[in-house]
Design a protein around this ligand. Sequence first.
Ligand SMILES: Cc1cc2nc3c(=O)[nH]c(=O)nc-3n(C[C@H](O)[C@H](O)[C@H](O)COP(=O)(O)O)c2cc1C
Length: 245
Amino acid sequence: MNQLMNQMMGHASVRDYTDRMIERALLLDIIRCGQAASSSNFVQACSVIRVSDKANRQRIAEAAGQQRWVNEAAEFLVLCADLKRIEYCCEKTGLEFPVGYTEHFMVATIDAALMGQNMLLAAESAGLGGVFIGGIRNNPQVVADCLSLPDQVYPVFGLCLGWPARKQAVKPRLAVEAILHEETYQNESMAADIEHYDELMSRYYAQRQTSVRDSNWSQQTAAAVHGKRREHMLKFLQQRGLVKQ
Ligand SMILES: Cc1cc2nc3c(=O)[nH]c(=O)nc-3n(C[C@H](O)[C@H](O)[C@H](O)COP(=O)(O)O)c2cc1C
């Protein structure tokens, strides 16, 4: 693997930071790297809100389920799926803006995700660490209010960035053979693949430095979808005009 690939394989979310700030020029470069990501039809349907105000950070940290790293990170950025500029482009060119199309909602969400991942990789290449904060969707209205988000814009996830005080071990992923299908979807080996991975992950959870737990991947995954249904999301997105009523 080349240097970039090795860096990608060494990724681990970082939630503990030193007090050192991130120079503005570096932050802007990281965001530019985010913008360099591909964008469906080049609509660039993503905006980044930098949250420096301590009270707002605190409100968002609470809204995300008391995630202390939102308060502690040198930078906290909220990546928003943003159809507002596209709405304006339609107005400017005299075309009707098609409100509430699932496809456009997906385009904007995917743009935000690609941009976020590019930003985290760029940050990691500079020696920074970070973690995405999907927890902001626990209370998206609180976040939208804190950030004065207009309609056609919603917060997809946050991104904490800072200089790492401590790094976790890299989490082993599913075997590539378990997720790569040749020609058509095959699930004959799914049970065996997951069994094998559960054993690997239960050893990882038992041996890691922090949050040691007696669990495996399928238990964690099932619990994750049970605990985070976020049933308010459909109504929230409808109210913002991002999906149809
Ligand atoms: C969209 C998204 C949202 C996430 N939300 C949170 C979050 O709210 N809080 C958190 O501590 N980690 C969050 N994470 C980090 C994941 O827990 C982490 O990526 C995963 O456990 C794999 O660990 P790794 O990134 O260290 O490899 C999120 C990751 C993604 C991609």
